[in-house]
Design a binder for this molecule. Structure first.
Ligand code: ATR
Length: 284
């Protein structure tokens, strides 16, 4: 893949489009990666007011690659020249690559989730309960089915959950029946419990033995109430830190064709979250 020349005068420009974006840790994580990789590149946050004009700007400026975040992951799809098959099935694009003016959309959220889970457990043949039916749930369900897991969707609102289950050909249970669910792994894809609402949890109380693993896609706080409750009930837990890092690492692969320094990325994010000492990634 031919990207812009990396001369001193012309750094390669990458960006994140969102609204709001001021709390995004992506600029910190990507810029740390580029520094470590010796790339002459910068990654800039843009709080987008008009998505159509912003996407034109990718071509016009030009910007080599863009991360797309809330609330644009679905709306951006119609503005691109091509959307890869996985992203189309998920119905969301979180990554745009600019190949000499041709904009292609990808989804690396599902890859981040699949890689993070695969670092701690076997997915194939295991039973997963996915809590939520929004965009994040779609990426999670796609990832689990692609890796041959069995999925039950749990959602507060029946209609929305049933619709998602029908589309992906999996089972649905209303969240109020959650205490009847047994699975190898529960994955929270809702934002319930995210800072600044650390006291909230979408699920509970846990009964020991219901789930071997409980996973939260949230990484701020690093240990949500859901994960703390699950741990207290004897479950193994996994937070969303690695999913976040690995979706970003996959973006760098798509944009540069080069291998990103995942440990550097993880540690800079962990530092920003007040997570204490640098840690090596699980299983990598
Ligand atoms: P995203 O695209 O980030 O996943 P979303 O589309 O707003 O966000 O979806 C949010 C999900 O979180 C939904 O499944 C929502 O459940 P409903 O369909 O019933 O609205 C779920 N959710 C939000 N707040 C919740 C809460 N307090 N308890 C349980 N589920 C909740």
């Amino acid at each position: 893949m031919k990207l812009m020349s990396e001369t001193k005068e012309n750094p390669q420009v990458f960006a994140v489009f969102g609204n709001p974006v001021k709390h995004s840790l992506s600029p910190l994580m990507h810029n740390a990666a580029y520094r470590e990789m010796g790339l002459h590149a910068v990654y800039i946050p843009f709080c987008v007011k008009n998505l159509t004009e912003a996407v034109s700007g990718i071509r016009g400026l030009p910007i080599s690659g863009v991360s797309v975040t809330i609330p644009f992951k679905t709306g951006v799809m119609d503005l691109l020249d091509e959307v890869d098959e996985d992203a189309r099935k998920i119905g969301a694009v979180n990554t745009i690559r600019n190949d000499a003016g041709k904009l292609t959309g990808f989804n690396t959220d599902w890859t981040g989730l699949a890689l993070s889970l695969a670092g701690v457990m076997e997915i194939a043949g295991k039973r997963f309960a996915v809590l939520g039916a929004g965009g994040a749930a779609r990426a999670a369900v796609f990832a689990l089915l692609k890796k041959k897991g069995n999925v039950t969707i749990l959602n507060r609102t029946r209609d929305r959950g049933e619709k998602l289950a029908r589309e992906f050909g999996c089972e649905f249970r209303p969240l109020v029946e959650a205490n009847e669910i047994r699975a190898d792994c529960l994955i929270n894809t809702t934002s319930v419990g995210m800072a600044p609402h650390e006291g909230a949890s979408p699920f509970g109380p846990f009964k020991p033995g219901d789930f071997r693993w409980v996973v939260d896609i949230i990484y701020n706080p690093l240990k949500t109430k859901l994960l703390a409750d699950a741990e207290a009930a004897g479950c193994s837990i996994l937070n969303g830190l690695d999913m976040f890092v690995l979706q970003g690492a996959e973006q760098i692969r798509l944009w540069t064709g080069k291998e990103p320094p995942e440990d550097v990325m993880r540690n800079v994010v962990l530092g920003a979250l007040g997570g204490g000492h640098p840690v090596p990634g699980p299983g990598r």
